[in-house]
Design a protein around this ligand. Structure first.
Ligand SMILES: Nc1ncnc2c1ncn2[C@@H]1O[C@H](COP(=O)(O)OP(=O)(O)O)[C@@H](O)[C@H]1O
Ligand SMILES: [Mg+2]
Length: 292
């Protein structure tokens, strides 16, 4: 790593916009466009994490795919450790993928049902050109144990696991290449509430142990408060609010953030919440109802 790279934030999202052309309505007319992302900017320092909230359709997954270099933005840059991901050659990008991995929302469709867990979790190492099966298996065993599964599970298929276990497998796969950043797009939304808390605790442990940064897309401000130092609220493709989770819990400005804070006391039954979060949520509700 060069001196310039080591001084850079881990992730720099610079003026990202994305529009898609819709089918032409008339043969000679211009193709109408939809703007899905509008000038999104933020940085993530190494070891810190950012939470992203926003209504369905606000552009969160589109942004995640652009940051993962799975899509090319209409405008803007994404730099990871100082390197412009969308300016890389395919070979450079393939090598750089060791540093950033993704966990998807749906643990049922994100794991290939025909592959054994060993093949699934070692896939990122195969993609990097690793061919030493013993080395890959040894690492897979270690990582599987790290996420709360066993080495016997390597022989099994995805259908033999629950949703929460599948998400642990997806996290194990993401960990195989020692990533610095994990982009997690609503990773617990499809899980039962008690299982959500366990998977969140695992992510928190990984952050504390390995200094992994998360870009964590979620509807749950309490979960974001647990994991993230920074938070971004998206609305119709724009970043409408940004700040620490504490600040946004205590003084939510945008209507969507306010609605999320109001929903908090009903959410997360059985989840461990810090006293600060409970107080923040109660204070926000009291304030909203007194001004209503
Ligand atoms: N390839 C595409 N072509 C046209 N519109 C798209 C495409 N991909 C996503 N969109 C639109 O972009 C908007 C944002 O979608 P998405 O990023 O999935 O939002 P979110 O994850 O916040 O729910 C939606 O209105 C969606 O229909
Ligand atoms: Mg989405």
């Amino acid at each position: 790593m060069s001196a310039a790279q080591s001084r850079s934030p881990l992730l720099e999202v610079q003026h990202i916009s994305q529009h898609y052309k819709l089918p032409r309505q008339r043969l000679l007319g211009p193709a109408p466009q939809v703007q899905v992302l509008d000038d999104i900017c933020f940085n993530v320092p190494a070891g810190q994490s950012i939470g992203i909230v926003g209504e369905s359709g606000s552009g969160k997954s589109t942004l995640a795919r652009i940051i993962m270099a799975l899509d090319v933005p209409s405008q803007g840059r994404v730099r990871l450790m100082g390197r412009d991901l969308h300016a890389m050659t395919p070979a450079q990008l393939q090598a750089a993928r060791a540093d950033f991995q993704m966990v998807f929302q749906d643990p049922y469709s994100s794991l290939d049902p025909r592959q054994r867990i060993e093949r699934i979790v070692t896939e990122p190492m195969h993609a990097l050109g690793e061919r030493d099966r013993e080395k890959m298996r040894a690492r897979a065993e270690k990582i599987l144990q790290r996420v709360g599964l066993t080495s016997q599970d390597l022989r099994k298929y995805p259908h033999e696991f629950s949703g929460g276990q599948r998400q642990r497998i997806a996290i194990a796969r993401a960990l195989m290449t020692h990533p610095r950043l994990i982009v997690a797009d609503e990773p617990v939304s499809a899980l039962d509430v008690t299982i959500q808390a366990q998977v969140l605790d695992l992510m928190l442990e990984l952050k504390a142990t390995y200094g992994i940064s998360f870009l964590f897309i979620s509807h749950d401000m309490a979960a974001i408060h647990h994991l993230c130092e920074d938070m971004l609220v998206m609305h119709q493709g724009k970043a409408v609010e940004r700040g620490s989770p504490e600040k946004l819990l205590n003084e939510p400005r945008h209507a969507y953030t306010q609605a999320l804070v109001r929903a908090l006391p009903q959410l997360g039954q059985g989840r461990r919440r810090t006293r600060l979060q409970q107080e923040a949520a109660q204070a926000a509700v009291a304030e909203t109802s007194s001004t209503a």
